[in-house]
Design a protein around this ligand. Structure first.
Ligand code: HEM
Length: 503
């Protein structure tokens, strides 16, 4: 048997030049396996270093998994270290090369360069909300699909949703007053309120009560799977596997709701929800866009809204409670405005009333700035992206604009950590004159479609709670710590005690 294999290192004179002795039989296999592994690992490091070039970030990547452990348990401190390392910095997870952008300039550039980068959301998104969901469309196709969906967020449509939000919030609030005179975490009840509100706004009574409870309970499995990069296979027991099971339950109800809405509208029914409004719009003879959407397509759109909103809205709501409870002087101003503009808290809220509550709107805007629910949005490069004069992000990399530094920029927001709604009331102040820094809802062609909806819903919930109750936030050592589960939450779930208003 030939005991020599060709290689580039010269050895003894008895051997052919440029060859090294190799063991025989199973030893030879072992040697080959090691050689291949060594070459692959060396290649992995070279590719990482070649792509990273001079960007800050670990000089070497952990073989195969890279920074997977960090992405499983992300911390605010870890992200801040990464963002503060440089306006652009590099990291690798499962050999996905990732460039993080932390400055306003680079983050906006990524969001506004659709020819170079498109959203890929988190790794599991396509498995959970279907690869053919409209949110994954790009270019002209995306623009035209989104244009049609804008009809679901007109002022008239928002007026209908506001009525529904008002009723659902009052219904849930009956159970929020502390029955035992103790504080309780509001994390899960706020999520449930939000899910019920969303499903009623989107599907009205075309979805039964039992479905809202079932979807709300199962949705946590979807939230848990929204890590930046997951274990790649949806094997039984994995987070993605559980999320897909939860999606199947939710999606079945949404498809049924779309079918019921079609029957309802075909029979000349009243407008009761977003699905009804959508059908009415596309049946209008004046409507120039597409006129047919299958039940599945409509359900996918509704599911994309749930997916985009459930965690972000819950985070926004919970922090609005925490911020207001911790600032009694600001709470008092919100209450004063409510009493003055609305009078009795039993009076329903309307969009017109909300227009006359600038202080409440400033509170919502500021709360979202101080604790932005979405810290970043993963995009991927579709071609080499010359993002700066001295760095080009390679094609097929993940490139992640982050919003935190823009929202905490001391040049724009004096004392950026301070919760100060008044900064939004001065039309000539730096906050108002730098709208480009307010990246809470992203920027560019994929900017959040539900901005007005989201802001008005948080405002409504807060307005009712301020008018009806006195609040107490029982602080714990974890109140100021941030838990990152898709979006951000106070680690203790925000312990609140609500009691009927004394005065
Ligand atoms: C406080 C609540 C919310 C926050 C902080 C938030 C934030 C965001 C952000 C950061 C993006 C990515 C933007 C980009 O890539 O430039 C986004 C996209 C999106 N949001 Fe929201 N969002 C919220 C509520 C909602 C609601 C209530 C809905 C629907 C009713 C919604 C629907 C969407 C959709 C569909 C997209 C993708 C748009 C596209 O790709 O064209 N969001 N949101």
């Amino acid at each position: 048997m030939d005991r020599y294999a060709s290689a580039s290192i010269p050895t003894s004179t008895s051997a052919p030049p440029y060859s090294i002795p190799l063991p025989s039989g199973s030893g030879s296999w072992l040697f080959t396996t090691f050689a291949v592994l060594f070459t692959l690992l060396a290649l992995e490091q070279s590719v990482y270093r070649y792509k990273k070039r001079h960007l800050p970030g670990a000089a070497w990547t952990i073989p195969v998994i890279g920074k997977f452990a960090d992405s499983l348990k992300p911390t605010m401190e870890g992200y801040m270290r990464q963002w503060n390392a440089g306006d652009l910095s590099a990291v690798s997870v499962f050999n996905i090369f990732i460039v993080m952008a932390s400055s306003n300039e680079f983050s906006r550039k990524i969001l506004n360069s659709p020819t170079y980068a498109e959203p890929c959301l988190v790794h599991a998104a396509k498995q959970i909300i279907f690869p053919d969901n409209w949110v994954f469309l790009t270019g002209k196709e995306h623009v035209s699909y989104r244009k049609a969906l804008n009809a679901l967020f007109t002022r008239k449509a928002l007026g209908l949703y506001f009525d529904i939000q008002d009723k659902i919030t009052r219904k849930h609030f009956r159970d929020w007053v502390s029955p035992d005179d103790k504080a309780h975490p509001i994390m899960m009840i706020a999520r449930h309120l939000n899910m019920d509100t969303s499903l009623r706004v989107f599907c009205g009574d075309h979805i039964p009560e039992i479905a809202t409870t079932e979807i709300s309970d199962k949705y946590w499995d979807i939230t848990r799977a929204l890590e930046l990069v997951n274990f790649p296979l949806a094997l039984p027991g994995t987070k993605i596997w559980r999320a897909i099971k939860a999606r199947k339950v939710a999606f079945k109800w949404l498809v049924e709701a779309a079918a019921k809405s079609k029957v309802h509208m075909a029979n000349g029914g009243e407008l009761t929800c977003m699905l009804d409004g959508w059908l009415q719009t596309i049946q209008d003879p004046e409507w120039k866009g597409r006129k047919e959407f299958s039940d599945r397509e409509m359900a996918m759109v509704v599911f994309s809204f749930l997916f985009a909103s459930q965690d972000a809205m819950s985070s926004g709501l919970i922090y609005a409670f925490q911020h207001l409870a911790d600032h009694p002087e600001i709470f008092a101003k919100v209450r004063e405005e409510q009493d003055r503009v609305r009078g009795d808290s039993n009076n329903p809220m309307t969009l017109e009333l909300l227009d006359n509550m600038p202080y409440l709107s400033a509170v919502v805007k500021e709360s979202l700035r101080v604790k932005p629910p979405v810290l970043m949005v993963p995009y991927k490069t579709i071609r080499a992206f010359p993002i700066s004069e001295d760095y080009t992000v390679p094609a097929n990399s993940m490139v992640i604009p982050s919003f935190y530094n823009s929202l905490q920029d001391p040049q724009v927001y004096t004392n950026p950590e301070e919760f100060n709604p008044a900064r939004w009331l001065d039309p000539n102040g730096t906050a108002q004159s730098n709208p480009r820094n307010y990246l809470v809802f992203g920027s560019g062609p994929h900017r959040c479609i539900g901005i007005e909806y989201a802001m008005m819903n948080i405002a409504l919930v807060i307005a009712h709670a301020v008018s009806m109750w006195d609040w107490e936030h029982v602080k714990t050592p974890q109140s100021e710590e941030i838990e990152i589960i898709a979006t951000i939450f106070p680690k203790d779930g925000c312990h609140m005690k609500f009691t009927p208003r004394a005065s």
